[in-house]
Each structure stands twice: as C-alpha cells, then as structure tokens.
Ligand binder design. Structure first.
Ligand code: SF4
Length: 231
C-alpha cells in the first residue's frame, strides 16, 4: 500500500523537528524493506540544495543521502567547482531505500516528496537547486522529463527556485571510456553553472570549507543506532 490514509496533517516549527518526524516515518510500503528513512546532510542554511533520487545500501546504513560510492564521486565533482558538502544542503526525493535498489516509481516519489521534500524546501528555501538524475528531474521539473535531453537546462521548480538537472553519480559509475569522459564534462559544466548562479544570488555565502567533512565519520553514531534497530 502506498498511502496511509490515516496520516494526520502535522506542522513542525523547525527544520530539526521536521527531521525527527521524518526519521520516524512509516507512511508507505517502502519503509518495510529499509533500515529507516534517510534525512539530509550539509547545511540547512545553504543557498544551494542538491536533490538526489533515493538511498542506496550505504545511505540506508547511515541514514543520510549520498555518502556511498555515488556520494564520494559527487564530492569529487563538487570539489572541481569549489564546493564542499558541509556548505550545501543534500537530500533525496525518496527517503527509504526500495527493495533490491530498484528505481522508485513516479508515484512513490511523489508521495514521499510531498510528505517530506516539499516541507524541507519550505524551511531551507535554497536559491538554487541541483537535481541529480532522472527521479529528481521528473519530480522537480515534469513527469515526462528526460535526463539525457533536459540536463543542463534551467527550469523553475514549484518552489519558485531556479534548478538545473545533471546526471546522477550512480549513472557515471556505470559508464566507461568515451561515454564516461563526455558525461563527466557535462556534469562539470552543469555544476559550474549552478555554482555561478548561486554565487550571483548569494555572493556572501562561502560554498567551500578548508577541510572537507568526513560524512561517514560524522554519521557513524546514527549507523550504530540503525544497526541496533533504533532508527
Ligand atoms: S519512503 Fe517516504 S513516505 Fe515512505 S515511509 Fe519512507 S519516509 Fe515515509
């Protein structure tokens, strides 16, 4: 069952309260096969938000988005445009890992994002959004959006925030040879465009720290809690 009809309309006063409620969510069937929902990492005060697809195995373990192999590739790509992960807000459309890492359906994405992502964005109020991959593009832009055609193009989200889509790092990890080189350059130019717009709209906000964060170390405690069954 996708929707728990008994869901109550609840409001939260702070981003922290919202995160606590999210970590306890079991409003759809995806929760059954996940260790728990994943929330966000980075800074809720950032003018730059990255919205990915959904958690993989490492993310399910740690309870935060983009910390596994895809996240490490994202870190490198962001470093090439002068950004560290602690200075951006990173989240996903879908918070619970679908069984066997399958791609979530559009309906699953819409349900979870309306429960959580939309509310996160209302607190964070970023000035620029980077949509990573097809699931994020389809939710933030249009359901029939195609990442190969629409990446690199600016669009305005329902939050009235300018956004640009690029390939998800998980896609890059599956490529080799010339295809990989081409896709890496496309990602570089997409990220560069996003960072330039962000610097234009929030010139005083530093997007890079001297020491990049060790996200796995930062969330090791949450991982232990989840392994012990306290998500
Ligand atoms: S996928 Fe989203 S709506 Fe479904 S249980 Fe997880 S957090 Fe809740």
């Amino acid at each position: 069952m996708l929707i728990n009809e008994n869901t109550e309309a609840i409001t939260w006063n702070t981003h922290g309260e919202l995160e606590q409620a999210l970590l306890g969510c079991s409003r759809c069937h995806l929760r059954q096969d996940a260790k728990g929902p994943t929330s966000y990492n980075g800074s809720p005060a950032s003018p730059l938000a990255i919205v990915g697809e959904g958690p993989g195995g490492v993310e399910d373990d740690y309870g935060v988005p983009l910390v596994g192999p895809s996240g490490q590739l994202l870190d490198k790509a962001l470093a090439s445009v002068g950004v560290t992960r602690d200075r951006v807000y990173t989240t996903n459309v879908i918070k619970c890992r679908p069984k066997n890492n399958r791609t979530p359906t559009i309906e699953e994405g819409q349900f979870c994002a309306r429960e959580w992502l939309d509310r996160e964005m209302a607190f964070v109020r970023p000035k620029v959004i980077i949509a990573l991959g097809s699931v994020a593009l389809k939710y933030l832009y249009k359901p029939d959006g195609r990442i190969t055609k629409d990446r690199g193009q600016w669009f305005t989200t329902a939050y009235q925030v300018p956004a640009i889509a690029t390939y998800h790092p998980a896609y890059l990890l599956r490529l080799t040879g010339k295809e990989l080189v081409k896709a890496k350059w496309e990602v570089f130019y997409d990220l560069k465009a996003a960072v330039e717009k962000c610097r234009e709209l929030a010139p005083d906000y530093p997007l890079q720290s001297d020491v990049p964060p060790d996200l796995l170390a930062l969330y090791a405690g949450r991982r232990q809690d989840r392994q012990a069954g306290h998500s």
